[in-house]
Design a protein around this ligand. Structure first.
Ligand code: SF4
Length: 149
């Protein structure tokens, strides 16, 4: 089973109320090979919501509100779902403070990136689940001729 960011499978759960559909992921979910989660919605956040970034180990909205607790609760809930479903890999939305893997926004809301993981991506990695961004997923699919594990 593969865990995927819900917004990549077509769910309109991003902070601005949109989805970010990634080719093939909705089909993986509908065929039962993947399970879609949005950690921020699981954490009780609304759609739409203010954008948030990680600043010195806290998650803050663009207006400065500390929303760390909701982000941590949502990431923990999504991790539980991944473990309960035996997920070995995940395809998560790049650069998000929850789902980003390897590179995330630097907390200045200026579009600058730094090395780091979103809260969910970090928890999944600690649990031994391999995390790909949707960009890495697309490269793997292209190279393998359509197969993904
Ligand atoms: Fe997509 Fe993850 Fe953000 Fe939810 S938390 S909207 S799944 S990037």
């Amino acid at each position: 089973m593969i865990l995927v960011s819900a917004c990549l499978s077509g769910v309109e759960c991003r902070y601005n109320g949109t989805a970010f559909p990634c080719v093939g992921l909705a089909e993986l979910v509908s065929s039962g090979k993947a399970i879609a989660v949005c950690p921020e919605v699981l954490g009780g956040l609304e759609v739409p919501r203010l954008p948030a970034e990680i600043v010195e180990f806290r998650v803050r909205t663009s207006q400065g509100e500390d929303v760390t607790d909701a982000y941590q609760a949502g990431a923990a809930a999504a991790l539980r779902i991944a473990l309960e479903n035996g997920c070995k890999s995940a395809v998560l939305k790049a650069r998000s403070p929850s789902c980003g893997s390897g590179r995330i926004y630097d907390g200045s809301f200026s579009g600058r990136l730094i090395d780091g993981d979103g809260l969910l991506a970090g928890l999944l990695k600690q649990a031994g689940i391999t995390v790909y961004t949707e960009e890495e997923y697309a490269v793997r699919i292209e190279k393998s001729g359509g197969e993904f594990e």
